[in-house]
Design a protein around this ligand. Structure first.
Ligand code: TYD
Ligand code: MG
Length: 463
C-alpha cells in the first residue's frame, strides 16, 4: 500500500500541492498553504488504484458497502413539513421534506433570518425544530421574535457556531428540522487552520451537513449570503451539494421580497413567492397582481403583458419612451429585460412599418423592478414602443400575449390559458393575441396576423 506522504493544502480553497507554495495557483491567496495528511480519496485519485495495491488494501481502509435491488429499496413517501405560510410552502414544492438539505441565500439584510424565524415558529407547532443562530446573539434573536410576536414559540435556540458541537447536539436531541443561520459563520474545530467562511471550510461543512441530513433523516436548512457583486463563491460551492436552493431577492420600489427556487430535487424550479417586509416581519402577498395593477397606467407608452413565473401568471406593465435623438448614436436604456430584445423588436417595426426607431432614443422598463425573459412579451414590447411613438394609448384594460417572428408575423404562445384566466379575474377587457391562437375567454379578443395590423390600434397616426 502507498505510504501516506504529507502534502500541502490551501486553507482558502482546499487546493492540494505536493510541495509548499507561497501563492495558491487556484485562488491566488498568499501564504495560505499548510501541511496536511492526504485523505484516502486524495491518495487514491492522485496515485491511481494500481499503485494503491490489491483489492485487499481497499478492504483494509474501508468496509464494503451493501448493494440493493430496486425491489428492496423503500420508496415510501414521507409527509412534508408545512408551515402554513402558503408562499413559502408552495415555493418549497409543498413544504420541507424530511432529510432534505436546503440553502436559502440572498443579500445581507434582505430578510433571510426574519423569514426563517417565522417559518420555524410555524413548523415548531407540529415538529421539533432547533434554530442555531451563529450570527446573532440569543438576545438579538429574542428581540426579533418579540417583534414578530411569538414569545410562546416552541422553537429551541442556540448561538453555537461550532459545527461539530451543533451536529452532536442534533444527534442527541433528534429534531425534525435544523436551521443554521448562517453557514458562513460556522466553523470546524478539526480544521482549525481554516478561517470560517473560506471556500475550503464551506465545502467541508456542507459535506458534513449533507451526510448528517441523509443519515439521520433530519432536514437541514442553512442560510448563506452573497456579496453585492455576487462574487461570494461560498454558496455556489454549496449549490452542488444541497437538494434545493432558494434565493430571497428584493425589489427597489416597494418593500417586496421575492422567494425564488432555482434548484429543487423535490419540487419544481422557477417557482416564486411574494412577501412584503412590514414592521412585524414578512407578510405574504397572495395577490401580487392586484398590487401590480394598482400601479399600472393607461397612458401612451404603457402596455400590459402576462409572464408565467413557476405556476403563477404575473401581470406586468411595460413602459416605453421614444423620443427623437439629438445625437448621432441614439440611446437605448433598458431595465428589466435584455436590451437586445427591445432593439430587435424596434428593428422589426422599422423594417416592416418604416417607422424610424433608429433615429429615436428608446427608454424602456418593466414595472415593479421585475425581470422578464418570456418571448410571449414580444407583442407587448412592440405595442409599448408604438404607443409611445404615436403618443396614443392602447385600448383600455388590455393585455398583450404573443410572440413576434423576425419576418414580422405575430405568433401564438403556449401557457395562454393561465394568462387569460388571470386577465378575466382582474376584469381586463381586451386580450391582444395572434390570429391563430387557440384560446377560450370571456374577454374581447383582438387578434393580429402580422405587425402591419398593429397600426389599426393607432388609427389617427398609423393609417
Ligand atoms: P434580516 O432578516 O436580519 O436579514 P438577513 O438575515 O437576510 O441578513 O432582515 C433585516 C432587515 O429587515 C432589517 O433591515 C430590519 C428589517 N425588518 C423589518 O423591517 N421588520 C421586521 O419585523 C424585522 C424582523 C426586520
Ligand atoms: Mg440574518
Amino acid at each position: 500500500m502507498a505510504k501516506n506522504k504529507t502534502n500541502f493544502k490551501c486553507t482558502n480553497c482546499a487546493q492540494i500541492s505536493m510541495k509548499w507554495v507561497g501563492c495558491c495557483p487556484a485562488c491566488n491567496e498568499w501564504n495560505s498553504f499548510v501541511e496536511s495528511t492526504p485523505s484516502f480519496a486524495t491518495t487514491f485519485l492522485s496515485s491511481g488504484p494500481a499503485k494503491m495495491g490489491s483489492a485487499a488494501s481497499f478492504a483494509a481502509v474501508q468496509a464494503a458497502t451493501p448493494l440493493f435491488n430496486f425491489k428492496d429499496i423503500n420508496t415510501e413517501t414521507q409527509a412534508r413539513m408545512l408551515s402554513g405560510i402558503k408562499e413559502w410552502d408552495r415555493v418549497l414544492g409543498g413544504g420541507i421534506l424530511p432529510g432534505s438539505f436546503i440553502i436559502l441565500t440572498g443579500d445581507p439584510g434582505i430578510g433571510k433570518s426574519t423569514l426563517l424565524l417565522q417559518v420555524a415558529d410555524k413548523i415548531a407547532h407540529d415538529y421539533k425544530v432547533i434554530y442555531f443562530s451563529s450570527e446573532e446573539s440569543l438576545q438579538q434573536v429574542k428581540n426579533r421574535a418579540n417583534r414578530l410576536g411569538f414569545e410562546s414559540s416552541k422553537l429551541l435556540f442556540s448561538d453555537q457556531a461550532n459545527l461539530e458541537s451543533i451536529l452532536s447536539t442534533c444527534s442527541n436531541s433528534k429534531p425534525d428540522l435544523v436551521i443554521l443561520d448562517s453557514i458562513q459563520n460556522c466553523h470546524l474545530s478539526l480544521d482549525s487552520q481554516a478561517i470560517p467562511g473560506t471556500i475550503g471550510q464551506l465545502r467541508e461543512s456542507g459535506f458534513l451537513l449533507m451526510r448528517f441530513a441523509k443519515e439521520n433523516n433530519i432536514a437541514v436548512l442553512i442560510t448563506g449570503h452573497i456579496t453585492k457583486d455576487g462574487q461570494m463563491a461560498g454558496p455556489k460551492v454549496l449549490e452542488h451539494m444541497v437538494d434545493a436552493v432558494f434565493y430571497l431577492q428584493g425589489e427597489d420600489r416597494w418593500q417586496t421580497r421575492i422567494l425564488r427556487s432555482v434548484k429543487n430535487r423535490f419540487g419544481t424550479i422557477n417557482e416564486v413567492g411574494f412577501f412584503e417586509m412590514q414592521e412585524d416581519g414578512l407578510a405574504e402577498i397572495t395577490n401580487i397582481n392586484k398590487h401590480l395593477l394598482s400601479e399600472a397606467s393607461e397612458t401612451p407608452g404603457s402596455a400590459l403583458v402576462c409572464c408565467v413565473e413557476g405556476s403563477r401568471p404575473i401581470l406586468l406593465e411595460l413602459q416605453a419612451l421614444c423620443i427623437t435623438s439629438k445625437f448621432g448614436m441614439p440611446q437605448r436604456v433598458v431595465t428589466g429585460l435584455d436590451p437586445k430584445r427591445v432593439v430587435l423588436i424596434a428593428a422589426i417595426l422599422e423594417k416592416y412599418l418604416h417607422i424610424r426607431f433608429s433615429t429615436q432614443d428608446i427608454f424602456f422598463k418593466v414595472s415593479g423592478g421585475f425581470k422578464i425573459k418570456e418571448s410571449s412579451t414580444d407583442l407587448g414590447i412592440a405595442l409599448a414602443l408604438l404607443s409611445s411613438y404615436f403618443q396614443l394609448p392602447l385600448p383600455q384594460k388590455s393585455v398583450s400575449i404573443a410572440e413576434i417572428s423576425l419576418t414580422g408575423q405575430v405568433k401564438p404562445t403556449n401557457q395562454i390559458g393561465i394568462c387569460v384566466k388571470e386577465a378575466e379575474k382582474f376584469g381586463l377587457a381586451h386580450v391582444l393575441v395572434a390570429r391563430n391562437q387557440q384560446v377560450k375567454t370571456d374577454c374581447k379578443l383582438l387578434s393580429f396576423t402580422n405587425v402591419y395590423e398593429l397600426l389599426q390600434l393607432f388609427p389617427e397616426e398609423g393609417q
